[in-house]
Design a protein around this ligand. Structure first.
Ligand code: PGA
Length: 251
């Protein structure tokens, strides 16, 4: 079931998302939260930091699992997703360092690295709330368009469109890593609840696939139609460009 919430502004979208994350943690202080990187959740993370500073929320008991990491970047690399999370959220709140889980970007053995992350996921049971962005091509995590879904944690080549979109974080497009390690579609679908955020108009075609009635591995996010509990929060300006939209709630 997908519930679509439309918000007037990016700030309102971020605050609505923060409410959902905060409710989850209030209801279950030791929640397992799946985090995402990218520009879209920045406002959410900023709002969560403010809530923490105002003593409205504590992250001290949660465990975190990030969706993905660039292959070849150590956690200390400034463009690594680990650093992104440290900079925008983890170092600013009371999350315990040993409760943070990331797939390894640097490893001696690729299948071993994937397996280790799978084992960590298995140990916690399932993610209570998974935060997602969506790529212009419909990717979730780094599950890029393909002829079939990959269920488990895996190493993947980045789509050309993803490399172009992510070049803004690097000095030069040639510096963008060509591979990533990512949770698979099965890992994402195993989360009890999914919160997907989208702010930019460039995401509208991909988002329409969430309401199309068709499941297509060439638009990986379309699989979310089979999940029992998905909340999608979009900026209202996108909604005009989306097709097949129903179940809409304007806040
Ligand atoms: P963005 O990326 O939030 O930077 O737009 C989202 C994604 O590609 O999943």
């Amino acid at each position: 079931m997908i519930q679509l919430i439309m918000m007037e502004t990016y700030q309102a979208l971020s605050e609505q998302a923060a409410k959902i994350v905060a409710n989850q943690i209030h209801q279950k202080p030791n929640s397992i939260i799946g985090f995402a990187t990218g520009s879209t959740p920045l406002g959410l993370y900023e709002t969560l930091v403010t809530m923490y500073q105002n003593k409205e929320i504590s992250f001290s008991e949660i465990q975190t699992f990030n969706l993905d990491e660039y292959v070849g970047l150590r956690p200390t690399h400034p463009q690594s997703y680990f650093q992104f999370m440290m900079q925008h959220l983890f170092s600013k709140v009371d999350i315990k360092r040993d409760q943070i889980h990331f797939p390894a970007g640097v490893f001696a053995n690729a299948s071993r690295a994937c397996l280790e992350f799978e084992e960590q996921l298995e140990q916690v049971g399932s993610i209570d709330l998974q935060i997602l962005g969506i790529g212009e091509n419909g990717h979730i995590g780094f599950n890029e368009p393909a002829d079939a879904f990959t269920l488990n944690t895996h190493i993947t080549g980045l789509a050309e469109r993803t490399i172009q979109a992510n070049a803004r974080f690097f000095h030069d497009q040639s510096e963008v890593p060509r591979k990533a390690i990512t949770m698979g579609i099965g890992n994402i679908m195993a989360a009890k609840k999914i919160l997907l955020l989208a702010d930019k108009e460039s995401k509208s075609a991909a988002l329409s696939a969430l309401f199309s009635g068709t499941i297509d591995p060439n638009i990986p996010a379309s699989i979310l139609q089979l999940h029992p509990n998905v909340v999608v929060i979009v900026n209202k300006k996108i909604a005009n460009y989306m097709k097949h939209v129903s179940n809409t709630l304007e806040v």
